[in-house]
Design a protein around this ligand. Structure first.
Ligand code: NAP
Ligand code: GFB
Length: 337
C-alpha cells in the first residue's frame, strides 16, 4: 500500500528547496543523548562545513508541546534544515507506566515541529523513529517496509504509534506539498549524556549505574528479567556520524534503519557482562525473573544502509561500553541519574 514507499524515486526538488546558501540546522532535542553525540561530531569531528550554523535546542529554548513556542524558536533561527530528535523518551518500565503520555506528548511535539517546518519552508526535516515501533509479531530481520505491518509490542504502544505517525506525516507532506521530510530508525542507542536513571533509563545506562553502585557498595547487581532478550546496540557517536550523513546525502522520503549488523546483536546477559568488565565489577550478577523481558527481539536489517555506506565501521560494542562507562564515572555528579 502507499506506506510501502521505499521504492519511491527521490522526489523532485521544490522551488523553495533549492537553497544555495550554507545550511542553518536546528536540532530539536539537542541536549539529549543523540543530540549531544551529533554536537560532538559537528563541533569536534569536522561535521560542520564552512559557513554553516548548527543550533542545539533543549526545553529551555522552547517547549515543543506548545505551538506558539515552537513557532517562536523557528522564527528566531529560521532553519533551512531540521534534525528532529525531541521526544518523550524512556526505557521499558517508564513506557509500561505512561503509554498515554508517550502517545499524546509525542504526537503533539511531532505535529508542532513538522507543521511549523512546512509553514516556514524548511528544506529538509530528518525525524527520529525507533526500532521498538516495529510489529511485535513479525518475520526477521525487520526492514523499513514493515513498520505498519501489525501491532507494536504492548509495552510501548503509545510511543510506537506516535512515532509511526511521523512516517505517515512525512508521506502526506510529500504527496500534497512535495516536502522532502524523512526519518531514521535507530536501534537501541547508548553513550555519554544518556539517561542513567535506574527506574526510567534504557537498559545499558540503567545497568551501568546499577553496576557502579554495586561496586561502590559491595552489593550484587540485579538485572531485570531473564537476560535472554536480544538487542542491537548502537553507540551514540556512530549514530551521530550517520545522522550527519543522512542529513546531507539521503534523499528518500522512506525511513532508513541505522543499526549495527544483525550478527552484532547480543543478549542482555552478554551486555551486562561487558558492563561488569568495563567497570571492573567482580561481584554477583543476579536476574530477577519476576520482572518483564519486554520484547524478546527486534532484529533489524541494515541492508539499506549498507547499500549506501558499505564500508561504514561501527565502534565495537565492548569498546563503546567501556568509553561510556568511563564517561559516566568521570561525570557522575552531573550525569542524569
Ligand atoms: P533524551 O536523551 O531523553 O533527550 C530527549 C531530548 O528531547 C532532550 O533534548 C529534551 O530536552 C528534548 N525534549 C523532550 N521533551 C521536550 C519538549 N516538550 N520540548 C522540547 N524538547 C523536549 O532522548 P534520546 O535518547 O537522545 O532520544 C532522541 C531521539 O532518538 C528521540 O526521538 C528518540 O525517540 C529517538 N530514539 C532513541 C533511542 C534510544 O535508545 N535512546 C532509540 C531509538 C530512537 P531537555 O534536555 O530540556 O529535557
Ligand atoms: O532499553 P530498554 O529499557 O527498552 O531494554 P527496550 C529493556 C530490556 O532490558 C528488557 C532488560 O528485556 C529488560 O528486561 N533489562 C534488564 C532492563 N535490566 C534492566 C534495567 O535495569 N533497566 C531496563 N530499562 N531494562 C526501547 C524503548 O525498548 O527500545 C526505547 O523503550 C527505544 O524508547 C529503544 O525505542 C530502541 O529495548 O525494550
Amino acid at each position: 500500500n502507499f506506506l510501502h514507499h521505499s521504492e519511491q524515486p527521490a522526489p523532485k526538488k521544490m522551488e523553495s528547496d533549492i537553497n544555495t546558501g550554507p545550511m542553518r540546522v536546528l536540532v530539536t532535542g539537542g541536549s539529549g543523548l543523540v543530540g549531544k553525540a551529533i554536537e560532538h561530531v559537528v563541533l569536534q569531528e569536522g561535521g560542520k562545513l564552512e559557513g554553516e550554523e548548527w543550533i542545539f535546542l533543549s526545553t529551555k529554548d522552547a517547549d515543543l508541546l506548545d505551538v506558539g513556542q515552537t513557532r517562536a524558536v523557528f522564527e528566531k533561527y529560521r532553519p533551512t534544515h531540521v534534525i528532529h530528535l525531541a521526544a518523550k523518551v524512556g526505557g521499558l518500565f517508564l513506557h509500561m507506566k505512561e503509554n498515554m503520555h508517550f502517545l499524546r506528548d509525542n504526537l503533539r511535539i511531532n505535529d508542532n515541529v513538522l507543521q511549523t517546518a512546512h509553514e516556514m519552508g524548511v528544506t529538509k526535516v530528518l525525524s527520529c523513529l525507533s526500532s521498538c515501533i516495529f510489529p511485535d509479531k513479525t518475520t526477521y530481520p525487520i526492514d523499513e517496509t514493515m513498520i505498519h505491518n501489525g501491532q507494536p509490542h504492548d509495552s510501548n504502544f503509545g510511543y510506537s504509534y506516535a512515532k509511526r505517525m511521523i512516517d505517515v506525516q512525512n508521506r502526506a507532506y510529500f504527496q500534497q506539498f512535495g516536502r522532502r521530510y524523512t526519518a531514521i530508525i535507530p536501534t537501541n542507542v547508548f553513550g555519554p549524556y544518556d539517561n542513567f536513571n535506574i527506574e526510567n533509563g534504557h537498559v545499558l545506562s540503567a545497568l551501568m549505574n546499577k553496576t557502579y553502585k554495586a561496586k561502590t557498595e559491595g552489593t550484587p547487581v540485579t538485572v531485570c528479567g531473564t537476560g535472554a532478550p536480544r538487542r542491537q546496540f548502537i553507540y551514540s557517536l556512530d549514530l551521530g556520524r550517520l545522522i550527519v550523513w543522512v542529513l546531507r546525502e539521503y534523499e528518500e522520503i522512506a525511513p532508513i534503519i541505522l543499526s549495527v549488523n544483525e550478527e552484532d546483536e547480543v543478549s542482555i546477559k552478554e551486555a551486562v557482562e561487558m558492563i561488569a568488565d568495563a567497570l571492573d565489577f567482580k561481584g554477583k550478577i543476579q536476574f530477577d525473573t519476576t520482572l518483564p523481558d519486554g520484547q524478546m527481539k527486534k532484529t533489524a536489517s541494515n541492508a539499506k544502509l549498507r547499500r549506501y555506506l558499505p564500508n561504514f565501521t561501527f565502534t565495537p560494542l565492548q569498546e563503546a561500553i567501556k568509553k561510556t562507562c568511563d564517561w559516566f564515572v568521570a561525570n557522575y555528579d552531573t550525569a542524569r541519574t
